[in-house]
Design a binder for this molecule. Structure first.
Ligand code: SIN
Length: 328
């Protein structure tokens, strides 16, 4: 039987359309179905080799509006297809704005055994499908080449000829087609004329992914974790406002603070966070710097009172959500 490469559609600019083909910014995201996107990939047959392409629309959304239920829907389809012997790998078309969050979520939740010899490759575009010069079709072809590359494994992001790991990828530009970067770690590899050139090892799947069943929470039961920045002139007001529970809101369970430099926090905000921690709210601090991570303790202030994470702020938020969901 012919093996399959599965394309899952989530929406985004890659599926966006504008009134004019010359307009690369005034478009509506998430308009074109994943099968139509697939049909627009030049030379797909050659990339697929003997594989059959299969497509499924999971969501059709501007990724800034994603909610945990969308991640769950994607996780179920990803695990469903990865478990099939006839499926070699997966490509997910997705908006760029929260791509790194979805990639990180999948890297933490897809069972490791399903990713040991297969990859889930998220791809995207910075220009809409209706553009005179769309970047989506080329990115999809590159993503397919990576998903079919012997030895490829883990959750990956492919954009503008670069392969990034879910752990390190970050959107770094609001307009350029080469909008993603892997910071100090560098990309996993490159795709050149359909060929993969590896620069780093394929990412290992975390051994301790929560069982899919354990995160099968109703959307309303996902632990609410908010994200704050510390900055010059920060106060405790925003923390106190978060603690004033509104009747319609899910209960606050955690706060991630993107701190200055080595994860330090303005003393006024820190005092309020210590009070929140005293009320059972989990507080995690990260660095708001573009590179590096929180190193050691912070003897010059009280920030050592909060757990530190080496992840970016948005990924640390997901990590804390999963941790609380697993051990409420
Ligand atoms: C989105 O993230 O869904 C819209 C923006 C983009 O894909 O570049």
């Amino acid at each position: 039987m012919r093996k399959k490469l599965v394309f899952l559609g989530m929406g985004g600019t890659i599926a966006g359309t504008a009134a004019s083909a010359g307009d690369n910014v005034g478009y509506t995201a998430a308009q074109v179905g994943v099968q139509a996107l697939l049909d627009s990939v030049p030379g797909l047959k050659a990339v697929l080799g003997g594989h059959t392409a299969l497509s499924e629309q999971v969501c059709q959304i501007d990724s800034k509006d994603l909610v945990p239920a969308d991640w769950q829907a994607l996780l179920y389809r990803v695990t469903h297809y990865l478990a099939m012997d006839t499926v070699t790998g997966l490509v997910v078309t997705h908006g760029t704005d929260t791509l790194e969050e979805t990639a990180y979520f999948l890297s933490r939740t897809v069972p490791a055994e399903l990713l040991s010899r297969k990859s889930v490759v998220l791809t995207c575009a910075m220009r809409p499908a209706s553009s005179l010069t769309p970047d989506g079709p080329g990115n999809m072809a590159d993503a397919a080449a990576v998903a079919l590359c012997p030895g490829a494994e883990g959750v990956l992001v492919v954009c503008a000829g670069k392969i990034h790991s879910a752990a390190h990828v970050q959107k770094v530009h609001p307009y350029r087609t080469d909008a993603f970067d892997s910071g100090e770690a560098g990309p996993v590899g490159l795709v050149e004329e359909g060929r993969v050139r590896l620069l780093n090892a394929w990412p290992a799947a975390p051994a301790n992914a929560p069982a899919v069943a354990s995160i099968a929470l109703p959307a309303s039961a996902w632990p609410r974790v908010e994200l704050l920045f510390s900055h010059a002139g920060a106060t405790g007001a925003v923390v106190r406002a978060l603690l004033q529970q509104d009747a319609g809101d899910a209960p606050l369970r955690g706060i991630v603070v993107a701190g200055t430099g080595n994860g330090t926090i303005h003393q006024a905000m820190e005092t309020a966070l210590l009070a929140a921690q005293g009320q059972g709210i989990r507080v995690v601090r990260v660095s708001r710097c573009a590179y590096g991570q929180v190193v050691g303790g912070s003897p010059s202030d009280r920030s050592g009172a909060f757990a530190a994470s080496g992840l970016s702020a948005v990924k640390a938020r997901i990590a804390l959500m999963l941790e609380i969901a697993e051990q409420p």
